[in-house]
Write a protein that binds this ligand. Sequence first.
Ligand code: AMP
Length: 249
Amino acid sequence: MKILVAVKRVIDYNVQIRVKEDGSGVVTDNVKMSTNPPDDNAIEEAVKIKEAGKASEIIAVTVGEEKAQETVRKALAVGADRGIHIKVDSVLEPLAVSKILKKIVEKENPDLVFMGKQAIDDDCNQTGQMLAAHLNWPQATFASKIEVKENSLEVTREVDEGLETIEVNTPAIVTCDLRLNEPRYASLPNIMKAKKKPIEQINASDLGVDTNPRIEHIKIEEPPKRKAGIKVASVEELVQKLKNEAKVI
Ligand code: AMP
């Protein structure tokens, strides 16, 4: 069984995001970048399945600028076998990424595609669903547990009412939740070994995919700063302030 895992390079989750002065986006120069956190869970799950003898190959794929290769290299250091880097000059929308991934799926014929449930930069939660639609494959989103069966997967997902368990036939798309597993750290020897693993580079422009943006960003701005809180001396004072000042009761 072959597993393709989509990994995206995003601003590290610990970084305090700064909006550009002209409101055209966020500052990415000299900012620490990392793998999108749920994509680490996606890679970890694929590696676990391979370690259990249920997968033969893991391919990590990213769509991004030159430096996005680092994200693939990290996936190779924790257990992916080879990588694919689709080179683009600008940040693409989920629709364009999903169309590119469709081309890679058609080329590689994986049995499973693992992805993150959501990218922490655009918060779209769209790419996996769009890819499933393009391929007409079943999808299991927000997976917090995956059990591999003969020609299907049993996937537990967190929904508002609790835990839902569904079965999807393979090939399938699975988007992974942070609760799925605990991603491992790459050991130094594995980081060294990963340097020798192959990464195929493909220009997005050679895939014949329309990557034109469909969304126009009008303005990006910081959320309003929170006002400092106040301390009240009594419950009566609190109720009075909520009634007369905040006018919420
Ligand atoms: P999104 O729909 O943007 O929230 O992203 C959901 C998931 O799609 C991510 O967690 C990744 O697994 C995958 N994905 C999105 N964009 C890319 C990209 N540029 N390269 C590789 N994978 C991506």
